[in-house]
Design a binder for this molecule. Structure first.
Ligand SMILES: *[C@@H]1O[C@H](CO)[C@@H](O)[C@H](O)[C@H]1NC(C)=O
Ligand SMILES: *[C@@H]1O[C@H](CO)[C@@H](O)[C@H](O)[C@H]1NC(C)=O
Ligand SMILES: *[C@@H]1O[C@H](CO)[C@@H](O)[C@H](O)[C@H]1NC(C)=O
Length: 403
């Protein structure tokens, strides 16, 4: 290859990989970043219930705008309803409420985006005559609908999202929506969209308490609200199998950015090779954890520290091994390992030159510091370890058995 050609293919590789520097310029399979949640809107698999205030305060224009918002949640080609040959579908039901609630479309009514778009305007064409708006009734009806048609069904493992569209927040005592919302949020995500009010009497603050953190929106933003809801749907669809921990930007902040990475600390001692196969047995395509970045390394350590079976000094295998002159990271079964790139976390003096110490372990070297660093060690020694797998999300469907 001439140097000019080489430079060109390097640049193309560079651009294709979205600015992530790659060693093998022409291929992106080695992109060296922490996996983010799937962003394939077309293949979302969720159960959604829209809870729509239709009291007088909402106005007919407000309702029409809710109808527009609901039909805009979906993109061309997105599959609604239950499809025999494709598990990656979304179902959407609609509940209206004022003093009382009514299920106007259940989770099985809409089987295509066209059908939804055709019907939603007539379903939401006119406000009721009621001045009252009790969100509690709306949430309760949504919860019942999910209990009847989603939980404990073949779609039990699908994530559930309730989207509240409301112009008012009312209710004390048995009509207080907050305790119900808190209970629901243990198994369901709730997004709120505030309509047509200046922030009277702390309306937005009340709704924010109802919402899952970060999912509180207003209708002021128009197009923007739709993209916020779409990204909420992708985020809600992204979760980890039972017992696995989803990696976040910050361990301390539960509301920080979530990666499409699930971690499992395993508290049984095994050799590196046995750990590698054990990860695979825990979950299809799982593997010993890689640490491309400081953020990942720190998060893995926090997950380990949070597990009382791990004692100081912390010592746990990671997916690092020495093969053909390179230190490399484990990948899902069937994929080639990836050579360690820029960032590394070797403890001082490591790796040592050795024909037997060919696998990587994280070791805490000082009792005064809670940090760990990589060391090479012998394959025949046993240690606890950490497995990793991609999250279940729009690009990675998980069956009920997986979870
Ligand atoms: C939803 O389905 C039910 C039962 O099939 C039907 O009675 C109802 O009219 C449908 N509603 C809409 C809005 O299509
Ligand atoms: C959503 O909640 C955040 C954090 O509590 C708050 O700062 C923000 O103003 C809220 N946004 C709306 C639209 O209520
Ligand atoms: C930390 O440990 C507690 C108690 O075992 C557990 O409930 C929680 O989910 C753990 N969190 C993480 C992120 O490891």
């Amino acid at each position: 290859m001439t140097s000019k050609k080489f430079l060109l293919s390097f640049l193309i590789g560079f651009i294709l990989c979205l600015g992530i520097p790659v060693i093998q310029a022409s291929s992106c399979k080695d992109s060296y970043v922490d996996r983010v949640c799937g962003e394939d809107q077309t293949n979302l698999w969720l159960d959604i219930v829209c809870v729509v205030d239709n009291s007088v305060g909402m106005t007919n224009a407000g309702l029409a705008s809710v109808a527009a918002s609901i039909s805009s949640l979906f993109v061309d080609g997105q599959q609604l309803g239950i499809q025999p040959n494709n598990p990656r579908t979304t179902r959407i039901g609609i509940v209206t409420y004022n003093q009382e609630a009514q299920v106007v479309a259940d989770l099985n009514n809409f089987t295509s985006v066209d059908e939804l778009t055709n019907k939603v305007y007539s379903i939401l064409n006119k406000v009721s005559t009621s001045q009252d708006s009790y969100l509690h009734s709306g949430l309760e009806a949504a919860n019942d609908l999910l209990e009847q048609q989603s939980f404990n069904t073949a779609r039990g493992h699908y994530q559930k999202l309730v989207i509240v569209y409301t112009s008012e927040y009312k209710g004390t005592g048995p009509q207080d929506p907050l305790p119900l919302a808190m209970r629901m949020k243990q198994t369901v995500s709730i997004a709120t969209v505030a309509y047509g009010q200046d922030d009277i009497l702390g309306f937005l603050a009340e709704l924010t308490k109802i919402a899952t953190p970060g999912y509180n929106f207003t209708n002021e933003n128009g197009e923007n609200t739709i993209s916020e809801l779409r990204s909420t749907m992708l985020q809600v669809n992204c979760y980890c199998p039972n017992g696995w921990f989803q990696m976040r930007q910050s361990y301390a902040n539960e509301n920080s950015f979530e990666y499409g990475v699930c971690l499992l600390p395993v508290t049984i001692q095994a050799t590196w090779l046995a750990s590698k196969f054990s990860c695979r047995n825990h979950w299809n395509k799982a593997y010993l954890v890689n640490e491309y970045t400081q953020t990942k390394h720190d998060y893995v350590l926090q997950v380990v520290r949070n597990n009382t079976a791990f004692k100081q000094p912390y010592t746990y295998f990671i997916g690092l091994s020495y093969v053909n002159g390179n230190w490399q990271w484990e990948q899902p079964d069937g994929m080639d390992p990836i050579v360690v790139q820029n960032w590394n976390d070797w403890n001082p003096g490591f790796p040592t030159a050795s024909s037997t110490a060919t696998v990587g372990v994280n070791v805490q070297t000082s009792p005064s510091s809670m940090s760990t660093g990589w060391q090479n060690t012998r394959k025949d020694l046993a240690s606890m370890y950490v497995c990793e797998v991609a999250s279940c999300d729009s690009t990675n469907y998980c069956t009920a058995e997986d979870i």
